[in-house]
Design a protein around this ligand. Structure first.
Ligand code: ISE
Length: 350
């Protein structure tokens, strides 16, 4: 069986997903690409012979498409996922599922109301498929380092993408750290706080870097620095400190160059080479689940809702100058406006 996939968004990630699916994933054909910039869609479609659409709606409705991968702007995700649900088509949506609690809660509710035993929504928190993160999780679970006490993480990009804000640093980039913390420690994030060191002169429009504190239900604390204009290279670090040892991601050192009395290694320019294998394994796992009819092993809409709750709480902490904000995961945010949510959480300052 071949699953025919339509990709929405022919930007950096849409193009990357198309290449990965076409060249490295079995059981799949990329049959459609949609982008409002049709030349962009055509450029991505060239290698796969996919049909091009100028609108996401047409692609989702197309009889050439069995399942949809969404790699459009974060702000378009919710509407496009709803459209996939209406057409009963499985969808892998890039993170964040949507940039607000209300939208994510709405998607969770709509999917639940469909009453399907196999949910349609999967979310692209690809780090869960990165072999080194999986090994780290296994070490935490098998007790090698004892009870995890804290996690020290860094998320450093060479340069920020255009039109980003201090808040989207959290909802678009730090959301990876939020998801990986809860997944690795197998414990929901219960409270957060946001801190600002001196900001770089490279990006005057926003606070960069940012320091985030994420406290999980079992009391562990993750400290993350997110620095989107770090310039020196794409660099992701993670060390879990346990009661009698630590486990950390090895720093990427594919080659060592020796010369001029110096040994040096190179950094990637962005996340794609670093996580190429994770993207491939995630896509293969998704396609395999579609072929077998089993539940997708990817992050769920509920996982994405938990992550955006922590992200919104961090934005609220930012807006209140660094207060500690509690997160209530039992709360149905669908009934609250974003402002009400912010007010409610800010009053929960410890
Ligand atoms: C981007 O959207 C990603 O998903 C990357 O993994 C992340 O490193 C980057 O900061 C985000 O902007």
């Amino acid at each position: 069986m071949t699953v025919r996939i339509g990709i929405i968004g022919a930007g950096v990630m849409g193009a990357d997903h198309a290449r990965t699916l076409h060249e490295s994933v079995s059981g799949v054909a990329v049959t459609a690409i949609a982008d409002p910039l049709i030349e962009r869609a055509q450029a991505v479609a060239a290698a796969t012979g996919a049909k091009c659409f100028a609108s996401a709606e047409e692609l989702i409705a197309s009889s050439f498409v069995d399942a949809v991968l969404i790699a459009s702007h974060d702000s378009a995700h919710a509407e496009q996922v709803i459209n996939c649900l209406e057409h009963r088509k499985p969808v892998l949506c890039e993170k964040p599922l949507a940039p607000s609690i209300n939208e994510c809660q709405d998607l969770v509710d709509r999917q639940r109301d469909m009453g399907r035993s196999v949910p349609l929504i999967s979310v692209g928190f690809m780090r869960r498929f990165h072999p080194a993160y999986q090994d780290l999780k296994a070490r935490v679970e098998d007790g090698t380092i004892g009870q995890p006490l804290m996690m020290l993480s860094s998320h450093r990009n060479v340069r920020s993408y255009p039109d980003a804000t201090s808040a989207s640093t959290i909802t678009n980039s730090a959301i990876h750290e939020i998801d990986i913390t809860a997944w690795l420690l197998d414990s929901a994030i219960e409270s957060v706080s946001w801190h600002a060191p001196k900001s770089t002169s490279q990006d005057p429009g926003r606070q960069d870097p940012q320091i985030l504190h994420l406290r999980t239900a079992d009391g562990a604390l993750t400290v993350v620095d997110v620095f989107l204009n770090a310039r020196y290279g794409y660099d992701v670090r993670c060390e879990v400190v346990g009661e009698w040892g630590t486990a950390e991601l090895a720093r990427p050192r594919p080659t060592i160059i020796n010369g001029q009395m110096t040994a040096s290694t190179q950094y990637a320019d962005d996340w794609r080479p670093v996580f190429a294998d994770a993207y491939r394994r995630q896509s293969q796992a998704w396609v395999d689940s579609l072929i077998s009819g089993r539940r997708s092993p990817l992050a769920t809409a509920e996982d994405a809702l938990q992550a955006i709750r922590a992200a919104e709480a961090l934005v609220a902490s930012m807006e209140s100058g660094g207060a500690t904000i509690s997160i209530n995961h039992n709360h149905t945010a669908a009934t609250m406006s974003a402002t009400e949510h912010k007010e409610r959480t800010v009053t929960n300052v410890r």
